[in-house]
Design a protein around this ligand. Structure first.
Ligand code: GAR
Length: 188
């Protein structure tokens, strides 16, 4: 069993798709030790309850520095013998402490065809762009914002009549397939 931790800041639909893939046997030999979140009221916490999964809530505002905040996370990761970190809508840059401890063992999913539309509101950036195709990217995490080595991408069309919400939903549907598949390939 390879132990992974999933980090999320928001709704957690990608987190849930990974948990479902494990339950359905599509993602084998992987154990999620806990959900790690930086938001005490994030909906991902509700989702974790359904799976009886431990949740670590760690808010940056309770620490003097990002380094101290990350040290707390590393304490939990070490205690749980976590080998890989999976970012699933975790909206903070990973700092040097965690990066040093988990070099090339952190994955992220980002809702655009990187290197296009890095950073915040990638779906909105694609929606406004006039592009006819977008998608999502799974990549290794480095010290930059959505800059690490690309592993795999999934694509979908952008239709003229789309609302942003429709596009977001289409991209999430791709992510829910793509991320468990890539985790399975990379981690096993
Ligand atoms: C996902 O679309 C993910 O790609 C994106 O946040 C969303 C989280 O949704 N991540 C980023 O933008 C990272 N830069 P979820 O909470 O429903 O999984």
């Amino acid at each position: 069993m390879t132990k992974i931790a999933i980090f999320a800041s928001g709704s957690g639909s990608n987190f849930e798709s990974i948990m479902n893939a494990i339950e359905e046997g599509k993602l084998q030999n992987i154990e999620v030790t806990a959900l790690y979140t930086d938001k005490a009221n994030a909906y991902c916490i509700e989702r974790a309850r359904k799976f009886n999964l431990d949740v670590h809530i760690n808010e940056l505002k309770n620490f003097d520095s990002k380094a101290d905040y990350e040290r707390k996370i590393i304490e939990w990761l070490t205690a749980e013998k976590v080998e890989w970190i999976i970012l699933a809508g975790y909206m903070k840059l990973i700092g040097e402490h965690i990066l040093n401890a988990y070099d090339r063992r952190i994955l992220n999913i980002h809702p655009s065809l990187l290197p296009k539309y890095k950073g915040k509101d990638a779906v909105g950036q694609a929606f406004e762009s006039g592009d006819t195709v977008t998608g999502s990217t799974v990549h290794y995490v480095d010290s930059g914002m959505d800059t690490g080595e690309i592993i795999e991408q999934g694509t979908c069309p952008i239709y003229k009549e789309d609302t942003k919400a429709q596009l977001e939903e289409r991209i999430k549907a791709i992510e829910h397939q793509l991320y468990p598949e890539v985790i399975s390939k990379i981690i096993q």
